[in-house]
Design a protein around this ligand. Structure first.
Ligand SMILES: NC(=O)c1ccc[n+]([C@@H]2O[C@H](COP(=O)([O-])OP(=O)(O)OC[C@H]3O[C@@H](n4cnc5c(N)ncnc54)[C@H](OP(=O)(O)O)[C@@H]3O)[C@@H](O)[C@H]2O)c1
Length: 244
């Protein structure tokens, strides 16, 4: 049976390391890899099908999903890595206090971290609505846990990922009605040395800062040991469930 994977944001950071894992596993005949700039996707392996995708654009979402649907009938592994924490080009930086919030910045952060991934899953339609084994994993973050929040701050990032976790739970319930083999989860990768975390690594002990390859290896183990009983959860790199 042909197995197909889709990794959104596979041209950088964790996404790229997860594409490497998927290739090395030998489990997939085709791996759709997306990035906003398609030319940044490494296409040396013929199993990689590069797709341009900007999750801020409905047109881009529709075009990318149509392209995938013209190549396969079903996806078996879907990983979405999109995340924004700081982007000076659009004035986004983690807020320290409530007065730092603005509507436009909240909209950008929620759009990338929460609206985009789930509008993407909606557009994938029948590609993820089947009865075969399916894993849909969206990169979340431990700081999205309400129960674990002791420091506050980072309002838009935290809240957008918390909302993302709720949509993960809702999608898990929706898909489980027709596919008892579907496992829909959020993943916390640990603190990982990528562009996203670079400005915030001061004070992180070296043994707590993973390389993207290291984190992807942990996450790959998690993905491979998931069972339908865990659908709807947010799971950390070490396999532990994160409290909502
Ligand atoms: N690094 C950490 O310590 C850490 C900790 C907890 C959670 N996370 C989460 O892990 C995920 C991956 O982050 P990373 O550390 O690998 O950082 P990264 O290298 O900066 O990756 C961020 C990803 O977001 C994507 N993205 C941003 N805006 C987008 C848009 N409009 N449309 C589509 N994609 C967009 C980028 O895709 P393009 O390549 O297409 O631009 C890129 O793949 C994020 O969701 C992040 O919140 C990271």
């Amino acid at each position: 049976m042909t197995q197909s994977a889709l990794i959104q944001g596979g041209a950088s950071g964790l996404g790229q390391a997860l594409v490497d894992r998927a290739l090395k596993s030998g489990e997939f005949e085709q791996i759709f890899v997306t990035a906003r700039d398609r030319s940044r996707i490494i296409t040396e392996d013929s199993r990689v099908i590069p797709i341009e995708l900007d999750l801020m654009s409905d047109t881009s979402i529709n075009e990318a999903s149509e392209k995938i649907a013209s190549n396969t009938e079903k996806l078996h592994l879907v990983v979405t890595t999109a995340g924004i924490l700081k982007d000076e080009s659009v004035g986004v930086r983690p807020e320290k206090k409530l007065a730092d919030l603005t509507r436009s910045k909240l909209e950008i952060v929620f759009s990338v971290n929460c609206f985009g991934p789930f509008l993407w899953y909606a557009a994938l339609g029948h590609l993820i609505r089947h009865r075969e084994a399916l894993v849909v994993a969206t990169l979340s973050a431990r700081v999205a846990s309400v129960g674990d929040n002791r420091l506050g701050g980072w309002h838009s990032y935290r809240a957008s990922k918390t909302a993302q976790n709720m949509l993960t739970k809702n999608l898990s319930l929706e898909l489980s009605r027709t596919n008892p083999r579907a496992v829909i989860v959020g993943l916390h990768p640990g603190t990982v040395d990528t562009d996203l975390s670079k400005p915030f690594q001061t004070g992180v002990p070296p043994n707590k800062l993973f390389s993207p390859e290291h984190s992807a290896a942990y996450l790959w183990d998690v993905l491979n040991t998931l069972t339908p009983e865990r659908t709807g959860q947010v799971i950390a790199w070490d396999g532990q469930t994160i409290i909502p």
